[in-house]
Design a protein around this ligand. Structure first.
Ligand SMILES: [Zn+2]
Length: 293
């Protein structure tokens, strides 16, 4: 069966596998991203992972490689990533397998997978993965929008409270400083956002306050986005979205309350969940494969 090798490189894990053209994941495995060991090690580990995935396997014929990475990304270069500390890495540096390779932005390609495989009929969507950080894939009239330099969709660093909490990006009051999984955990002094959600369910006072501020920050950020770009739908993904209605319920109410004179966009959880990243890398791979297919 024809397939593509898909690799989604995240800050903590790399998720790789084979994706068929209809979005079926035929094989999946993940391994740790050696981020602490520097950009050279991460690039070498990506190359080794792609080589192993590309080995011949019974019944599968890989046609191309799709590689989704964070940061500022063009079709030919991983231009910059604060998380990995790399600059201007050409696509060819990530793999030496003899297949066409497509490089893309992790969140934008995951957003594309949501569009292609998530059954969305609308063409104006914000895909908002809330994981360790917060990013956004902006879809306008059915097309992913990267902006002039590839920076579009950085909704995590939109200031929601002037002079608010310091953010790792150097600004103050960013959405991510309140509502990212990393911020939720740090503000409660626990290891993960899921632990914060558990404490909220138990009525822990600090966790309830931190969660409440996160929802308020998200409502403020989404109100700004909605007023500027008028999306039909906002798809919330990433680890924090696993809180489900504990997040989306109050968020819907507060977004509607802020948008006094207009209808709010539909807010829904990602249907692809953890598969969005690898399916996004798969979409990149299939784009590289189609000229040859
Ligand atoms: Zn920031």
């Amino acid at each position: 069966m024809d397939c593509v090798v898909a690799l989604d490189v995240g800050g903590t894990t790399m998720k790789g596998g084979f994706v068929a053209q209809d979005g079926t994941i035929l094989h999946f495995e993940q391994r740790a991203t050696p981020r602490a060991e520097g950009p050279g090690r991460v690039i070498a580990e990506i190359s080794a992972f792609v080589s192993e995935l590309s080995r011949p396997r019974a019944g599968l014929r890989p046609l191309a490689v799709g590689l989704a990475v964070p940061g500022l990304v063009t079709e030919t270069h991983a231009v910059f990533s604060a998380a990995f500390g790399w600059r201007d890495v050409p696509a060819s540096a990530f793999t030496d397998v003899d297949l066409p390779v497509a490089l893309g932005h992790d969140v934008r390609s995951a957003g594309e997978a949501e569009l292609v495989y998530g059954g969305h009929s609308s063409g104006d969507v914000l895909f908002l993965p809330i994981g360790t950080g917060i990013a956004g894939a902006v879809v306008l009239s059915g097309s992913l929008y990267g902006g002039a330099g590839g920076w579009a969709g950085q909704i995590g660093h939109v200031p929601v409270w002037p002079d608010g909490l310091a953010c790792g990006c150097g600004q103050r009051g960013c959405l991510a400083a309140y509502a990212s999984g990393g911020a939720l955990a740090a503000r409660c002094g626990v290891a993960s956002a899921s632990e914060v959600a558990r404490r909220v369910a138990e009525g822990d006072e600090r966790a309830v306050q931190v969660w409440d501020e996160a929802v308020e920050a998200l409502a403020a950020g989404l109100a700004t986005y909605t007023l500027l770009l008028d999306p039909d739908t906002v798809v919330v993904g990433g680890g924090v979205s696993q809180a489900g209605d504990a997040l989306l319920g109050p968020l819907r109410e507060r977004l509607a309350a802020r948008l006094t004179f207009r209808r709010p966009p539909e807010l829904r959880a990602s249907v692809l969940g953890a598969r969005a990243g690898v399916l996004g890398a798969g979409s990149l791979g299939w784009r590289a494969a189609s000229p040859a297919a």
